[in-house]
Design a protein around this ligand. Sequence first.
Ligand SMILES: Nc1ncnc2c1ncn2[C@@H]1O[C@H](COP(=O)(O)OP(=O)(O)OP(=O)(O)O)[C@@H](O)[C@H]1O
Length: 243
Amino acid sequence: MSAPLLRMTDVHVRLSGSHILQGVDLTVRRGGVTALLGRNGAGKTTTVKAVLGLVPSTGVVEFTGDDGRTQRLSGRRTHEIVRRGIGYAPEDREVFGGLTVAENLTLAERRDAPAHHDRVYELFPELKQRSRQLAGTLSGGQQQMVAIARLLLNDNQLLLIDEPTKGLAPLLVAEVADVLARAAEEVTILLVEQNLTVVRRMATDAVVVDQGRVAWSGSAPDLLADADRTRELLGVATSGGHA
Ligand SMILES: Nc1ncnc2c1ncn2[C@@H]1O[C@H](COP(=O)(O)OP(=O)(O)OP(=O)(O)O)[C@@H](O)[C@H]1O
């Protein structure tokens, strides 16, 4: 069996004197969408930041790229980690509102690698139509589309996407879920997501974090099919397929 794309082993994070991650062990399988789930404050964002070297951590984070080489990410600087082919869409999207859609994409180009504008516009024809529109005037869902499109511009192998549907109205949630589904056809995704309808739609695998530790991991459909377990782990009901 080939190595997982990403493996975290016994990762600890301490911030401002608090022990936030207390030995996280998780893997992200190549080719799927792994949902990173958990209650508010469980440690999901911190887990993603630990992969990227955005918070100080101990433990091991390993990445096995398409070339089959396993590389240790822990201890490396964020720009080196990103250059390995790991894209990040943070919770607040960070789209440049005063720039056009096209300018937002151009800014995401990496100097040392080809950028795939054609691929992005093919995947998201809406962005082609709106390429001259200021990103700040886009809907929340469309801004999220720009944020994800920027990640697909480069040859990333793993996307870390943090709560892309947070604070969006239901119609926009559906729009963003479409965007994610299109992105997932191209690249492996680790998705922090509280909306279980979105998780149900695309997640192949799930990891549940609770109080800085992994409380459950396995098949996402299996988890969501088990209403009692989902309620116990996430504190939400799954009846009717809605979060
Ligand atoms: N810089 C920091 N200093 C101190 N505590 C922090 C810091 N950053 C995060 N925390 C705490 O770490 C815990 C985990 O935060 P994290 O953002 O990883 O949770 P989360 O699972 O992503 O939550 P949410 O779903 O609410 O976004 C929280 O209790 C949070 O208050």
